[in-house]
Write a protein that binds this ligand. Structure first.
Ligand SMILES: NC(=O)c1ccc[n+]([C@@H]2O[C@H](COP(=O)([O-])OP(=O)(O)OC[C@H]3O[C@@H](n4cnc5c(N)ncnc54)[C@H](O)[C@@H]3O)[C@@H](O)[C@H]2O)c1
Length: 336
């Protein structure tokens, strides 16, 4: 069962960064959308004028009754509700596991109760931790290098969710698809990610340095780690392709092949803010990944072609964060 015209879709985590982008794309394509989110890190304002066109349920993904009710009359569930953000993996690993695993079980129970035909689980590239093969294809092993390190609460909960989604929990929707996003970025993506944090720190530091003066910028590690960042618009195009044409039990990367070092990224962000920076390296927390870049061949075979380049996209996002610093709240993800 694929996403057909005029489907009824439940998006969990639908006021989040990726969820809101998916909701927008689904409504634009003519689908009827219901959202379930507790707005811990979701923001209904992300939906703007679409708010009147969707049904918004404010509830916890661990609340089995609320989730079951949200699954009533639904054809497809897109399950995105999860605790995201590297800092939170270290500071609140129990919450990350609880929302991740209990949330997945609750969604499957809701699908069972209302015979939901298809489900898409948003997993993560974090299931690989340090992949030996880069660009990384979808079939390399999932790894938890050390269960004592709270860092792996997130990757571990995603791996458990994948197993639950694929093998069922009493009931399995007729079509299950799994997406592993690789570093999606865009305006209003939250504040606990590398691009927003670098953008805001450079903007703050720039205020205490004359125009033309080089700004000293402390960074985590030495800046040689790499990532491949995909713009949210390209990401959402890829996600719809998976939901429309992906095979049952299919696992798909969504990302780009444009791999950059964090140092290069910092310089590009600074250039987007019309500044120059000198990087000051520091100690890297244990468990960080040196290199990450997806093989996106499987998604390309469905017709995926990312078109937004990092230099253009990162300037747009850096300026968004410079101009919207007032939206920054310290309690993102700190509730339990
Ligand atoms: N952004 C990325 O680059 C990226 C990369 C890999 C995986 N992902 C995954 O994609 C999904 C969406 O990520 P995002 O970047 O939009 O993050 P996000 O934090 O903006 O969205 C997650 C949403 O889940 C909601 N949520 C959290 N706990 C909840 C709970 N207990 N009950 C109900 N809702 C709850 C939040 O309020 C938020 O709206 C997540 O599953 C995330 O793990 C994102």
């Amino acid at each position: 069962m694929t996403l057909q015209n005029n489907s009824r879709v439940l998006v969990t985590g639908g006021t989040g960064f990726l969820g809101a982008a998916l909701v927008r794309a689904l409504v634009t394509a003519g689908h009827r959308v219901r959202i379930l989110d507790n707005n811990l890190r979701g923001k209904p304002r992300r939906l703007g004028e679409l708010l009147s066109e969707v049904e918004l349920i404010e509830a916890d993904i661990r609340d089995s009754e609320a989730v079951a009710n949200a699954c009533r009359d639904i054809d497809t569930v897109a399950h995105l509700a999860f605790i995201n953000g590297t800092e939170t993996f270290y500071s609140q690993p129990g919450l990350v596991m609880d929302v991740g695993v209990r949330g997945m079980l609750t969604v499957l129970d809701g699908c069972a109760k209302h015979s939901v035909a298809s489900m898409m689980l948003m997993s993560s590239s974090e299931v690989y931790q340090r992949a030996d093969l880069v660009p990384t294809p979808e079939d390399v092993p999932l790894v938890i290098p050390d269960p004592r390190n709270p860092r792996y609460s997130y990757g571990g909960a995603k791996a458990i969710s994948e197993l639950l989604a694929l093998h069922g929990h009493g009931y399995r929707p007729a079509a299950v698809r799994i997406v592993r996003p690789h570093n999606v970025y865009g305006p209003d993506m939250g504040f606990k990610h590398v691009i927003p944090q670098l953008s805001m720190r450079i903007s703050d530091l720039a205020e205490t340095h004359e125009t033309g003066e080089i700004v000293p910028l402390p960074i985590r590690g030495d800046g040689r780690q790499t990532r491949a960042f995909v713009h949210v618009d390209d990401f959402t195009d890829g996600l719809l392709l998976v939901m429309q044409r992906g095979e049952d039990s299919g696992i798909y990367h969504i990302g780009t092949r444009e791999e950059v070092t964090i140092a290069d990224l910092a310089h590009r962000i600074a250039a987007g803010l019309d500044r120059e920076v000198e990087l000051i390296p520091s100690e890297m927390p244990v468990g960080e990944t040196d290199r990450r870049c997806p093989d996106i061949g499987k998604l390309e075979s469905l017709g995926y072609q990312p078109t937004r380049t990092l230099s253009v996209g990162v300037t747009e996002v850096a300026r968004w964060y410079r101009d919207n610093r007032h939206l920054h709240t310290q309690n993102e993800g700190d509730l339990s």
